[in-house]
Ligand binder design. Structure first.
Ligand code: HEM
Length: 489
């Protein structure tokens, strides 16, 4: 963890394996074997999402470094502006690489054929090509001008150019091409700008705090206000965009696209909890000049950036996954949605403090029956949507609500002093529950089920971590280990 505190941006790398594993399980990295159709080569299938991830990360870092280095502190910070120019160069390289990769994907031709000037110039005449050209021009300007920021005005100009370039991809992809085109494009553009402010801004603040500056409290206070606005815009625009991509609530729990949205929502929930703790507990320590303030802020921020890395990996996987058609009776709840609703969402609720004392006392007295109830509910509800009980949409909402409710009761039972055996029961039997639910007509591949099992097991391990930290906090002060106090702060 200390590496991530010293080099916070490294936490974003966690998105790469997540992205590749998800695309691998969705079979999006393997060349199609359909005879007669153009074959997109594997180099392109791997290269495009990786390039997109580099573009998104570099764009966020550029915007974040420019905000802190050129605007937020009221005077230019050359080190941060230099970092902005360097990340803009990486961003520029990723957009340039997108030209041959896009040609190879659109025409289904080897990458080596995609460098043909005639083909490139015909791509650049299309709408997609024009967006790429505009982005290349803007990012090149940002890379060149980052070094030239001498005051607030120049800072605002370069930041505006970077923000415009970061928002441009919203004119292409699912949002640019699908129905509800204008709302989808505007909401995704706002989403991307908010990602830049929040993710890039936090990395830049950490980098600045590491230099132990005299105005650390000014930086953190101003960024806190900005981050709050960015989270609100991010959540609102993400939900609006998702609702435009999906035909009804049932698609959320019956499609891989919906499962990715659920996963992003869960991660965002966890990020909001961390951000709130940062704002309410850690930042006041730093602002009041306490010696431990800076290290606690940096430690929490390292966790936040790690989670942001998970969200970015999920996001690029989302942009490479086909939005679903409307769900129909007979569609099943995906194994990933089952795990996220029954384990992921309740974990975040309990961690955030959603555990009424009386209910917690009652559930934690009998943890094992709650574990069994959760497993039975998961198996039974995996079959509710196919019957189309009271309509697919209503069945999906009811099934999701019951899963979250039973999962929440289980999570409260599990964080009590006798909770470990109950968690172990679910850990051992969750794969069997998924297999049982799928046994008659499997709709997911073994790899998809395996990934869903891993997600569920990770949630259960995190539940044990939360339990340990809550029990340590509840213990009398003389038996509280010092390390637990710091982590739970
Ligand atoms: C409630 C939570 C969220 C929802 C519902 C949501 C929804 C969406 C949707 C629908 C898209 C468009 C995907 C497509 O093209 O089909 C998107 C893209 C994106 N989201 Fe989110 N999002 C959420 C949270 C986040 C968070 C926390 C982050 C990062 C910290 C993030 C970063 C991104 C990025 C970078 C893209 C663009 C991906 C690309 O095209 O390469 N989102 N999001």
């Amino acid at each position: 963890m200390s590496v991530l505190v010293r080099r916070p941006a490294l936490g974003l790398l966690v998105g790469v394996p997540i992205l590749l594993v998800i695309l691998g399980t969705l079979d999006a990295l393997r060349e199609s074997g359909v005879v007669g159709l153009p074959v997109v080569p594997w180099q392109t299938l791997w290269g495009l999402p990786l390039d997109r991830w580099i573009r998104d990360v570099a764009a966020s870092l550029t915007v974040g470094f420019l905000i802190l280095g050129g605007l937020l502190l009221g005077r230019p910070i050359p080190k941060l502006l230099g970092a902005a120019s360097l990340s803009a160069l990486v961003w520029l390289a990723s957009v340039l690489a997108m030209v041959p990769l896009t040609i190879s994907e659109l025409l289904g031709r080897p990458l080596s054929d995609s460098f043909d000037p005639a083909i490139i110039s015909s791509l650049l005449l299309t709408d997609l090509g024009k967006v790429l050209v505009a982005q290349i021009g803007l990012v090149a300007l940002v890379a060149a001008l980052g070094w030239a920021v001498v005051g607030r005005i120049t800072g605002v100009i370069v930041l505006a150019l970077a923000a415009a370039a970061a928002m441009l991809p919203a004119l292409t992809g699912h949002s640019g091409l699908g129905g509800g085109h204008t709302s989808a494009s505007i909401s995704l553009a706002l989403h991307l700008a908010a990602v830049g402010v929040w993710v890039g801004g936090l990395v830049a603040v950490c980098r600045y705090l590491l230099t132990n500056p005299p105005d650390a409290n000014v930086a953190i206070r101003r960024f806190s206000v900005l981050a709050l606005g960015a989270v609100l815009v991010l959540a609102e625009s993400g939900l609006l965009n998702a609702s435009l991509r999906m035909d009804g609530f049932a698609s959320l729990i019956t499609s891989p696209y919906g499962a990715l949205i659920l996963a992003k929502g869960t991660v965002l929930g966890a990020l909001i909890v961390l951000g709130w703790r940062q704002r309410k507990r850690a930042v006041p320590l730093l602002v009041s000049g306490q010696a431990t303030g800076r290290s606690i802020v940096l430690r929490l921020a390292a966790f936040e950036i790690l989670l942001m890395g998970v969200a970015l990996g999920l996001s690029v996987a989302l942009s490479r996954t086909a939005p679903p058609a409307g769900a129909i009776a007979g569609d099943r709840i995906t194994a990933a949605a089952l795990g996220l609703l029954a384990l992921g969402v309740p974990l975040v609720i309990v961690w955030a403090g959603g555990r009424p004392a009386r209910l917690q006392r009652w559930t934690s007295a009998y943890p094992e029956p709650f574990a069994v109830a959760l497993l039975v509910t998961a198996v039974v509800l995996a079959d509710v949507v196919p019957t189309g009980f009271l309509g697919v949409g209503f069945a999906a909402i009811l099934a999701s609500a019951v899963l979250v409710l039973v999962g929440w009761l289980f999570a409260m039972a599990a964080i009590g002093p006798r909770g470990v055996p109950a968690v172990i029961i679910v850990m051992v039997l969750w794969p069997a529950a998924l297999w049982w639910a799928q046994r008659s007509e499997p709709t997911e591949t073994v790899w998809q089920l395996l990934l869903a099992v891993v997600v569920a097991e990770v949630c259960l391990v995190l539940l044990l971590v939360v339990r340990r930290s809550l029990l340590a906090k509840a213990a009398p002060p003389d038996v509280v280990p010092a390390a637990s106090v710091e982590v739970s702060a």
